[in-house]
Design a protein around this ligand. Structure first.
Ligand SMILES: Cc1ncc(COP(=O)(O)O)c(C=O)c1O
Length: 397
């Protein structure tokens, strides 16, 4: 048997070539290091506190009461209607829950269903770097080529010439993320309009990941892709309840798009997960309808956490890039005498008892932004205080 080459081929690494370049996610690696060294985990973006009690109670009650069978593939009507109401309430946009809303297993599956639903092998997708880690692997799995448009620190301005140059005859879609992880950029209406005009010119789609839509600071406002007239019929809005309700483990996301576009999403969604969990969907419908005070308190709390972490890191000597949105801070490590974000983050859990993410993992070229480390502030106040305390103690040595 050992000499049979076919058998050896089957038992070696069966991972498809499209996925091999991506390796194990740095988030997994950093969280594992945080656990190994008992570090304060400011790396992966999940809260260390629970979401609203009444939402969890509603889910528990719905599980006991039932039904617990497959809900409709596109999501239960109550949740799709709540999502449509929310689009009118926050953005003044009319959305049809029957034909335009699809509930997915988190934004991650929403993005996957969208890309697998619209991409043909040989198509091209434009990604704006820094890009969230799931975009490129999904596009690759779909057989698409990727063109990157690079945003550079410290301002992360959209380079219009590079953006225009990235569009070509094979472009099927451009993906944006606003507010953007990890840099906190919030796309303006003007920038989205430029993107919309390019999509019209090149007859392609825009996909917008808006999972941090309710976390925008200072004088900034979240502008959703679907509010741009040129993108209403060619835009896919992907969002999630994970960040807004501090329940990342529930994986309740959704895609909103015009009916023909939603049809493509639903076609692939039915073969990926088919459906979500009915009790969690019922509870999320209730959560989305929360009063304004809920959304206001969420933003107030994150505004304070952002200020605390930015100030704390500044006092320690980091050069801090204050984010306009999302819940991450990029900190320049050069003033502390370091140069390499990977080396810094691999050493930090053991030496300082704190975990962070090397920001260059969000760029294709690891030479970009090597001086920046990402800390998240979606943590209890005492966790952030302990993180800053440990960094201070380590730096004082
Ligand atoms: C930009 C971005 N998109 C998507 C996700 C994942 O969303 P979900 O948990 O709903 O799949 C995250 C999580 O960190 C994110 O930062």
């Amino acid at each position: 048997m050992k000499n049979n080459p076919n058998i050896q081929k089957q038992t070696q690494d069966p991972t498809v070539s499209a996925l091999r370049p991506f390796g194990t996610s740095i988030f997994t690696e950093m969280t594992a290091l945080a656990v190994e060294f008992g570090a304060v985990n400011l790396s992966q973006g999940f809260p260390d506190f629970e979401g609203p009690l009444e939402v969890r109670q509603k889910a528990a009650e719905a599980i006991i009461r039932g039904p617990n069978q497959y809900p409709p593939s596109m999501g239960i009507p109550a949740l799709r209607q709540a999502i449509a109401r929310k689009m009118m309430r926050f953005y003044g946009i009319e959305v049809y829950p029957e034909t335009e809303v699809t509930v997915t297993a988190g934004a991650t599956e929403g993005l996957t269903a969208t890309l697998l639903g619209i991409l043909e092998p040989g198509d091209e997708v434009i990604l704006i770097e820094p890009a969230y880690d799931s975009y490129a692997p999904i596009a690759s799995l779909a057989g698409a080529g990727i063109r990157f448009v690079r945003l550079a620190p410290p301002d992360f301005n959209l380079p219009l010439h590079d953006l225009e140059a990235a569009f070509g005859p094979r472009t099927k879609a451009i993906m944006i993320n606003t507010p953007q992880n990890p840099c906190g950029k919030v796309f303006t209406e003007e920038e989205l309009t430029i993107i919309g005009d390019l999509c019209v010119k090149h007859d392609c789609y825009a996909i917008s990941d808006e999972v941090y839509e309710h976390l925008v600071y200072g004088g900034n406002t979240h502008v959703t892709l679907l509010s741009i007239p040129s993108l209403r019929q060619r835009g896919f809005l992907v969002s999630s309840t994970a960040k807004t309700f501090s329940m990342t483990g529930w994986k309740q996301g959704y895609v909103i798009a015009a009916p023909p576009l939603s049809k493509a999403v639903r076609m692939s969604h039915q073969f990926i997960t088919f459906s979500g969990q009915p009790a969690l969907q019922e509870a999320m419908a209730m959560a989305i309808d929360s009063p304004d005070s809920y959304y206001g308190e969420l933003l107030g709390s994150y505004t304070r956490k952002r200020a605390y972490l930015c100030e704390g890191l500044k006092e320690l000597g980091f050069h801090v890039l204050e984010p306009d949105g999302a819940y991450y801070v990029l900190a320049d490590i050069r003033p502390l005498g370091f140069e390499d974000d990977y080396g810094f983050c691999r050493m930090l859990p053991k030496e300082a008892g704190v975990a962070a993410i090397p920001s260059s993992c969000f760029w294709k070229e690891r030479s970009c932004a090597r001086e920046l480390v990402r800390f998240c502030f979606c943590k209890k106040d005492e966790t952030l205080e302990e993180g800053v305390r440990r960094l201070r103690k380590w730096l004082a040595k």
